[in-house]
Design a protein around this ligand. Structure first.
Ligand code: FPP
Length: 241
């Protein structure tokens, strides 16, 4: 595809993480119920997924539902689960055509059975796609991910020849939800909040952070390209001189 906005494809992040924040405020500003903001936010999701695929980004991780989000009113939780399943059903053909591979990160056992079934179907159907990997962070928390992986490692030690001394960074990575994926190079958060909120804590250790006041439903392709352009100009030292 045509290079947009002066972006050098070689300087693009391999993995982009996005904390999609501000749906509730978007709705409130318009006197609408919070869920109207989520509905509008789902449109931004479609645009960002398409754009990321077109640009040749390898992995896009979207923070769609955190472990903490279960504490929201039941009606909002139900609506978000509905939006997710609607997305996975209605967009599946397009995601196939765009060669997108759907993955999920998070405590998937906590999801309602119907949602899990639809998610598994989408993951299965797109498993051999070779374009963008779309990580949907669902019932995801970085701390929870570390707890789940620590438990799995402990079980391995108990039941196999694995020893404590063999625990190293590579081994821990192999037990994370993002196994075999590059770390996020860039994490974007919308809506003016400047924190990670439990997103990709281990993997994001050296991620470049980019913040905007724009609320997620208002986030545009142009602004996404701007974030990528700014990222491409940053110097990354990974703690070295
Ligand atoms: C944060 O905004 C957003 C969420 C908790 C949910 C994100 C969900 C979507 C963008 C739509 C569905 C997703 C997919 C993958 C189809 P907030 O509600 O915390 O906003 P606020 O901080 O303004 O209240």
């Amino acid at each position: 595809m045509a290079i947009t906005n002066g972006l050098d494809p070689k300087q693009l992040p391999k993995h982009v993480g996005i904390i999609m924040d501000g749906n509730g405020r978007w709705a409130k500003k318009r006197g609408l119920p919070r869920v109207a903001g989520h509905k509008e936010g789902a449109k931004t999701v479609k645009m960002i997924v398409r754009t990321s695929g077109e640009l040749g980004i390898q992995v896009l991780s979207l923070y769609a539902f955190s472990t903490e989000n279960w504490q929201r009113p039941q009606e909002e939780v139900r609506y978000l689960m509905g939006l997710l399943t609607e997305y996975l059903i209605s967009e599946l053909d397009e995601l196939m055509a765009e060669d997108v591979k759907i993955k999920a990160i998070g405590d998937l056992n906590a999801l309602p059975g119907r949602v899990l079934k639809i998610l598994e179907n989408a993951m299965e159907k797109t498993a051999y796609n070779k374009g963008l990997t779309l990580n949907l962070a669902l019932s995801y928390g970085g701390r929870d991910e570390l707890i789940r992986s620590t438990r799995k490692i402990a079980l391995e030690i108990k039941s196999t020849n694995l020893t404590c001394e063999e625990i190293n960074e590579a081994l821990i990575r192999a037990y994370l939800d993002t196994k075999d994926q590059p770390d996020p190079d860039l994490i974007i958060r919308t809506s003016g909040e400047m924190r990670l909120s439990n997103f990709l804590l281990f993997q994001g250790a050296y991620a470049e952070l980019w913040f905007t006041n724009t609320l997620w439903p208002d986030f545009t392709k142009d602004e996404y390209l701007k974030a990528l352009l700014e990222y491409s100009k940053r110097t990354r030292r990974f703690g070295k001189a």
